[in-house]
Write a protein that binds this ligand. Structure first.
Ligand SMILES: NC(=O)c1ccc[n+]([C@@H]2O[C@H](COP(=O)([O-])OP(=O)(O)OC[C@H]3O[C@@H](n4cnc5c(N)ncnc54)[C@H](OP(=O)(O)O)[C@@H]3O)[C@@H](O)[C@H]2O)c1
Length: 217
C-alpha cells in the first residue's frame, strides 16, 4: 500500500518540487493549482499524480476538492500556497493566514483516516514575533497570524491523532525567494519531507525549520 500526499499550491516553487519528490519516491500524490487548464511543469511530472483546481480563497473550489477526495486517506498534507510582496494586505492575509487553516480543517478527516496522519503548514521565519508587539510588515503579520491560529488549533488536531507543525522552508531560490537565495528548492523540499517523515508526537504543535531545527515563536 503506497502512502498519499496532498500538496496545496503545486504549480511553482516549493510545492512543485514537493510533488516531484513525493511522486519520484513512489507516493500517490494530489497537487493543487489555480490554473488547471494550464498546469505547466506540474503536468510533466512522472508518477501517480492527480491535479485539482484550487484557488485557495474560493470556498467553491475547496468544496469541490473535498468532494474529489472523499474517503481518500491523506498521509501527508502540506500547505505551501502563499504570496509575498506587491500584494494587497487583504489578499496576503486571506492567502497566507485564513486559507491554510480553513483548508487543513476541511481535509482533517482525510488526514485522520490515514496511517501517517501528518500535516505541515509552510510559514516563515519573518512571522516570528520573538516577543515583539509591533507590525512585522504585511507578510510577517500574515505568517505570525498563521502561527497563532495554528497554535490555537493544534491541541484539537492532536486529539484526532494528527501530528501537525508549521515549518519555515529556508530562504529558497524560487520566484518568491529570488535567484540569490542560498537554499535550492530541491534541498528545501527534501528537508521538509525529512522533517515531516520523522515527525514525532513531541514535535506536534511546534515551529520547525526545513533543516530540522526548532524555531522560536
Ligand atoms: N521562497 C522563500 O524564500 C520562502 C521563505 C519563507 C517562506 N516561504 C513560504 O513558502 C511557501 C511557498 O513559497 P515559494 O517560494 O514556493 O513561492 P512561489 O514560488 O512564489 O509559489 C507560490 C505558490 O503559491 C500559489 N498561490 C499563491 N496564491 C494562491 C492562491 N490565491 N490560490 C492558490 N494558489 C496560490 C502559487 O500559484 P500560482 O502559480 O497560481 O501563482 C504558487 O504555486 C509560501 O507559503 C511562502 O510564504 C517561502
Amino acid at each position: 500500500m503506497t502512502n498519499t500526499a496532498l500538496i496545496i499550491g503545486a504549480s511553482r516553487g516549493i510545492g512543485l518540487e514537493l510533488v516531484t519528490q513525493y511522486a519520484g519516491a513512489g507516493w500517490t500524490v494530489h497537487g493543487t493549482t489555480r490554473s488547471i487548464d494550464q498546469p505547466g511543469p506540474l503536468a510533466l511530472i512522472t508518477g501517480n499524480v492527480t491535479l485539482h483546481q484550487l484557488e485557495v480563497r474560493s470556498e467553491d473550489d475547496l468544496q469541490r476538492l473535498r468532494g474529489s477526495l472523499i474517503d481518500i486517506p491523506i498521509d501527508v498534507l502540506i500547505h505551501g500556497a502563499g504570496v509575498y510582496r506587491n500584494t494587497p494586505r487583504d489578499e496576503i492575509m486571506a492567502v497566507n493566514t485564513v486559507a491554510p487553516i480553513r483548508i487543513a480543517e476541511a481535509l482533517l478527516d482525510n488526514v485522520a483516516a490515514s496511517d501517517l496522519r501528518r500535516l505541515a503548514l509552510i510559514t516563515s521565519q519573518l512571522g516570528a514575533r520573538r516577543g515583539r508587539t509591533g507590525s512585522l510588515g504585511d507578510y510577517g503579520d500574515s505568517k505570525a497570524a498563521l502561527n497563532d491560529s495554528f497554535r490555537a488549533r493544534a491541541p484539537d488536531w492532536a486529539t484526532r491523532g494528527i501530528r501537525a507543525i508549521v515549518i519555515h522552508p529556508g530562504w529558497v531560490s524560487t520566484d518568491m525567494g529570488g535567484a540569490s537565495a542560498p537554499v535550492s528548492v530541491q534541498d528545501s523540499a527534501s528537508g521538509i519531507r525529512s522533517v515531516v517523515d520523522s515527525l514525532t508526537a513531541e514535535m506536534h504543535g511546534r515551529f520547525w525549520t526545513w533543516d530540522g531545527r526548532e524555531h522560536d515563536w
